[in-house]
Design a protein around this ligand. Structure first.
Ligand code: ADP
Ligand code: MG
Ligand code: MG
Length: 528
C-alpha cells in the first residue's frame, strides 16, 4: 500500500554477479530495441553508422498506484484547459504579449508573439485547428502531516520528447523481470505492478488525427527537426508508426532547409516543400501537418529568416503541432497565472462561454491540488498585480523580496524550455542582484517540490569509445513522471486522449533533470 511503501528500501540489494548480469541484459536489450542515441560528435554525419544506448535505470522506480491513476485522471482537464487558453487570444496577449506581457521583456517570446499578432491582424491564419502533443510532468511531494501527493513541475506544449524511448524503457524493465525475475530481490517486482506503456501508437494517433482533419490523403506530415539532433531514435518510431499503421509519409527538415524549401500558395494557403524531383515526382510535397521537434528556444532561430520561416509555416492551412498560440500557452508564466484566484474558473467553470462543457468543482479542485505555489517576481502584496508602489519608490518589488527571504525552498524559472535555464536555492540571491529590473516580469518563483527521501536506483550510462566498459552507479534518486496526451481543437470542440507515460530519474544531488543534457536516465514505473 502507498502510504506504507518504504522508499528507502529501493533498489533491492544485488550481488556483484547479479548486477553484472543485469547490466549485460539491459545494455544488449537497449541496443537491440532502439533504446538509443546517436553518439556525441562535433558534427553528426549525414548518414549515421553507429549508436549508443540511452542512459537507463536497471530497476523501475516505485510510484504509488493511486497517484499514477490521479495523474492520468487529471490529464483530460489539463488538455481542455490548455486548449481553452490557446483559443483565448485576449488572455495570451495580456500575459505573453509584447505590449503588456512577458514578450515585452523577453525578446524570444516577443518575436514569436509579434509574428503571430501580425498574421492575426492581416487575416493570414487560415487554419482554425490546433494540434497538441502534450506532456504534463510531476514529482511526488511530501508535505509535513499530509499524505504523499503529486505536484506538477510543468506542462509542455512543444517538442515533447521521450514518448518512444519511454515505451522502450518500460519494455526493457519488463524484459529484465521475465529474463531474471530480478533474482527474486523484491516481492513488489511482479508483472501486475508494471503498467503498460503504448505511447508511440498514441502520439502517432494524434498526428494522424491532424492529418485526417486536413483531409488530403496524398499530403505528408512535416517533422521540423534540429540540425545535429542526437535523439533521432525517439523521433523515428513515430514516423514508422505513421507509415505502417496510418499509411502517412513523413518529410524531415531543419529550419535551415525550410528557409529555401518551404512555400505557401497565396491563393490556397497550401504549404509545399520543394524536394529533389528524383525523390518525389513533380519535386514538391503538400504538407498536412507540421510537427515541431525544434523551434522552442532562441538557438533554433539564429537569424530573422528563421523566424520568418516559422511565420510562413504558421500562415499556411497545414495543421500545426503546435501553433504559436499553443506554444505561448505552454509558457511558465501562464502556469503561474493559473494559480491566481479566479483564473481556473475562467476557463473551466464559465457556463456562459462553454455551456455544459464545464468541469465540476471537484474536478477543478483536483487539478488545483496538483499546483505548487508560484508567483511573478514583479508582483506586490496581493501576489497578482505588479508592485507599482515599490517601483516608483525605487524599492524592490514584494515578489523579489519574498523570493530572497525563502530562496532556499525555491526555484526561479524564465520562459524557456529544454532544461538548464532555472536558478535554484542558494544561487537565487546573487542572481536577483544581477537580474536587470525590467526583466523581472519574465521570471516566476516556484516552491520546490519535496520528493520522498532515500529512494535509490542503479543508473547505467553508455561508455565512450575510449572507455567502452560500463558499471552501473547506485545512487539516491528523484523520479519525474510525465503523462502524454494529444488534443486537436478549435474554438469550440476539443478532441483529446491520454496516451502514455514517462519516468526520468536523476541523482538526488542534481537540481535539474534532462536526459539529453546527461543529468538523468530513462526509467519506468513500479506501481506500489
Ligand atoms: P524545462 O522546461 O527546462 O524542462 P522545468 O520546469 O521542467 O523546465 O525544470 C527543469 C527541471 O528542474 C525539472 O525536470 C525538475 O527536475 C526541476 N524542477 C523544476 N521545478 C521544480 C520544483 N518546483 N521543485 C523541484 N524541482 C523542480
Ligand atoms: Mg521539464
Ligand atoms: Mg519544458
Amino acid at each position: 500500500m502507498t502510504e506504507t511503501f518504504d522508499f528507502a528500501s529501493w533498489p533491492p540489494a544485488l550481488t556483484k554477479d547479479q548486477l553484472e548480469a543485469l547490466s549485460l541484459y539491459a545494455s544488449t536489450y537497449a541496443l537491440s530495441h532502439g533504446l538509443l542515441y546517436l553518439p556525441p560528435a562535433a558534427e553528426q554525419p549525414k548518414i549515421p553508422s553507429a549508436a549508443i544506448h540511452a542512459p537507463i535505470s536497471l530497476f523501475p522506480s516505485p510510484f504509488p498506484r493511486r497517484l499514477f491513476e490521479q495523474a492520468n485522471r487529471i490529464q483530460k482537464a489539463y488538455d481542455i484547459l490548455y486548449a481553452r487558453i490557446t483559443t483565448d487570444e485576449a488572455f495570451l496577449d495580456e500575459i505573453m504579449g509584447a505590449e503588456t506581457g512577458v514578450g515585452r521583456v523577453d525578446d524570444f517570446i516577443g518575436q514569436l508573439w509579434k509574428g503571430w499578432k501580425k498574421l492575426r491582424d492581416t487575416g493570414r491564419l487560415p487554419q482554425p485547428l490546433h494540434l497538441g502533443l502534450f506532456r504534463s510532468d510531476y514529482l511526488l511531494h511530501e508535505a509535513a502531516g499530509q499524505p504523499l501527493g503529486i505536484k506538477q513541475v510543468e506542462f509542455n506544449t512543444i517538442s515533447v520528447s521521450f514518448g518512444s524511448l519511454s515505451q522502450r524503457t518500460a519494455a526493457l524493465h519488463r524484459y529484465l523481470l521475465n529474463a531474471t525475475g530480478y533474482y527474486e530481490s523484491s516481492p513488489e517486482l511482479v508483472a501486475e505492478n508494471f503498467p503498460v506503456n503504448d505511447t508511440i501508437a498514441g502520439l502517432a494517433e494524434g498526428l494522424a488525427q491532424g492529418h485526417k482533419a486536413y483531409g488530403v490523403p496524398k499530403s505528408q506530415i512535416l517533422f521540423v527537426v534540429q540540425p545535429g539532433e542526437r535523439n533521432v531514435f525517439d523521433q523515428r518510431p513515430l514516423e514508422y508508426e505513421l507509415l505502417e499503421k496510418h499509411s502517412i509519409r513523413i518529410i524531415r527538415q531543419t529550419f535551415d532547409e525550410l528557409i529555401t524549401s518551404a512555400s505557401v500558395d497565396p491563393k490556397t494557403q497550401v504549404l509545399r516543400i520543394a524536394v529533389s524531383p528524383d525523390l518525389v515526382p513533380g519535386g514538391s510535397v503538400e504538407i498536412s501537418t507540421v510537427y515541431f521537434r525544434s523551434g522552442y528556444m532562441p538557438n533554433d532561430y539564429p537569424t530573422l529568416q528563421h523566424y520568418e520561416t516559422r511565420f510562413l509555416l504558421e500562415s499556411s492551412k497545414a495543421i500545426k503541432c503546435p501553433t504559436i498560440a499553443l506554444q505561448l500557452a505552454g509558457g511558465k508564466k501562464i502556469q503561474e497565472v493559473l494559480t491566481q484566484p479566479g483564473i481556473l474558473d475562467r476557463f473551466l467553470a464559465n457556463k456562459e462561454k462553454y455551456g455544459n462543457d464545464v468541469l465540476s468543482s471537484t474536478e477543478i479542485e483536483e487539478l488545483r491540488e496538483s499546483f505548487m505555489a508560484m508567483w511573478g517576481l514583479d508582483v506586490g502584496k496581493d501576489m497578482v498585480l505588479p508592485d507599482t508602489a515599490a517601483r516608483e519608490s525605487g524599492e524592490e518589488e514584494f515578489g523579489v523580496r519574498k523570493a530572497r527571504e525563502s530562496a532556499l525552498s525555491l526555484v526561479l524559472k524564465p520562459q524557456r524550455e529544454g532544461g538548464g535555464n532555472n536558478v535554484y536555492k542558494e544561487a537565487i540571491p546573487a542572481f536577483l542582484d544581477s537580474l536587470p529590473k525590467e526583466e523581472r516580469q519574465a521570471w516566476i518563483a516556484m516552491e520546490l517540490i519535496q520528493p520522498p527521501e532515500n529512494a535509490g536506483n542503479y543508473l547505467l550510462r553508455a561508455g565512450s569509445v575510449n572507455s567502452p566498459s560500463q558499471t552501473p552507479v547506485k545512487t539516491d534518486v528523484i523520479s519525474e513522471l510525465g503523462i502524454f496526451s494529444w488534443a486537436l481543437f478549435g474554438e469550440s470542440k476539443v478532441e483529446e486522449r491520454t496516451v502514455g507515460w514517462l519516468v526520468r530519474t536523476k541523482g538526488r544531488d542534481s537540481n535539474e533533470g534532462g536526459v539529453a543534457t546527461g543529468f538523468s536516465v530513462l526509467d519506468s514505473l513500479l506501481l506500489v
